[in-house]
Ligand binder design. Structure first.
Ligand SMILES: Cc1ncc(COP(=O)(O)O)c(C=O)c1O
Length: 337
């Protein structure tokens, strides 16, 4: 006998309030657009960290790989293990910091590819790998060219590369960096970071090191300038159909992958002078029709957007009014039939 949880009734009840729809065809369209945009010499890495930006890591990774992505990028070791346990065998780069021996063991066990950010970390990593690895593990050296987040200073990158090269059990697969301002219409800082990255690559080449992959671009850089594509681009936002900035819209045609939907649960007329929601931060100045919607900050709608967002109702934008509450918010639908 079916339990109550397994009955179709519960699925229907779940859709009585709020839900998310993920359009995998739109994702595959975006992947194909991006693959075409970067051309055959550049590999597309689908960045699926943070549960694929909230879209669901496994289904997004599967769909992106089927549509032409060749690598996956995640932030943490557990995110990488989740993909491996789902049967995904393509290369997975861990882009976040790795510091514990347990993480090193999991990386070896699941053949994940770590980012290394300093000679000391690389040394510890190489030693910690000894019990787990017979063959060398591909590693990616991160260089800080101006983001001031993870990475070794670009001015000393050559020494870092030289040092890691001599360590056992590690094989340098890439030297990469991350851009801080690629979505800015003023490309000055992006060009400066590009020049620094080029300087690093020149020094690496001078040591007769051939890198299987060089990569620098996130979504914004991928759309902004083909000179930043190198051997691979690491694309997140654009996969999900979001343009990092308005000036980048003409480059490729993207479709939104996620829609957050909720039902109007109640309609009411209010008179001028009536306050709406906690704190009465909105007070009606005219007769209004308001809609109560079954979604709130517990569902992830930021409370800080109270009185500052619009929501599509029957194809028309309705202003949100009053403070967003835990599981409900109010809209001004006076103009919407
Ligand atoms: C190192 C790195 N590369 C690429 C990306 C993808 O960036 P975007 O979503 O802007 O494409 C991220 C995302 O946070 C990142 O941390």
């Amino acid at each position: 006998m079916l339990s109550w949880e397994q009955t179709p009734a519960l699925a229907t009840i779940r859709q009585c309030r709020a839900w998310v729809e993920i359009d995998l065809e739109a994702l595959q369209h975006n992947v194909q657009q991006l693959v075409q945009h970067v051309g055959p010499l550049t590999t597309l890495m689908a960045v699926v960290k943070a549960d694929a930006y909230g879209h669901g890591a496994i289904s997004i990774a599967d769909a992106a790989l089927a549509a032409g992505a060749r690598w996956l990028g995640v932030a943490t070791v557990p995110e990488g293990v989740e993909l491996r346990e789902a049967g995904i065998s393509e290369p997975i780069l861990i882009m976040g910091a790795i510091n514990s021996p347990e993480e090193v063991a999991a990386i070896a066990r699941w053949r994940l590819q770590p980012t290394l950010v300093s000679p000391k970390q690389a040394l510890v990593f190489s030693e910690a790998l000894a019990p787990h690895c017979t063959d060398a593990l591909p590693v990616h050296l991160k260089i800080d060219t101006g983001m001031s987040r993870l990475g070794f200073a670009w001015q000393q990158a050559a020494e870092f590369v030289q040092f890691v090269r001599r360590l056992p059990r590690l094989q340098i697969h890439s030297v990469y960096s991350h851009l801080a301002t690629a979505d800015d219409p003023d490309p000055t800082m992006m060009h400066r970071q590009h020049q620094r990255y080029e300087a690093v690559l020149t020094q690496v080449a001078a040591q007769n090191i051939t890198l299987p992959k060089r990569h620098l671009a996130n979504s914004a850089a991928t759309l902004a300038d083909p000179a930043l594509h190198y051997d691979m681009v690491r694309v997140g936002l654009a996969l999900y159909g979001l343009y990092p900035a308005a000036h980048l819209k003409p480059t490729v045609s993207l479709r939104p992958v996620m829609q957050v939907k909720a039902r109007i649960t109640h309609l009411k007329e209010i008179q001028p002078g009536t306050g709406v929601s906690y704190g009465h931060t909105f007070v009606a100045e005219r007769p209004m029709r308001i809609a109560v919607v079954g979604i709130g900050y517990a569902d992830g709608v930021p409370r800080a957007l109270s009185n500052r967002m619009q929501i599509m109702v029957n194809g028309q934008l309705a202003p949100q009014i009053g403070n967003i509450t835990m599981d409900q918010l109010m809209l001004d639908v006076t103009q919407i039939p």
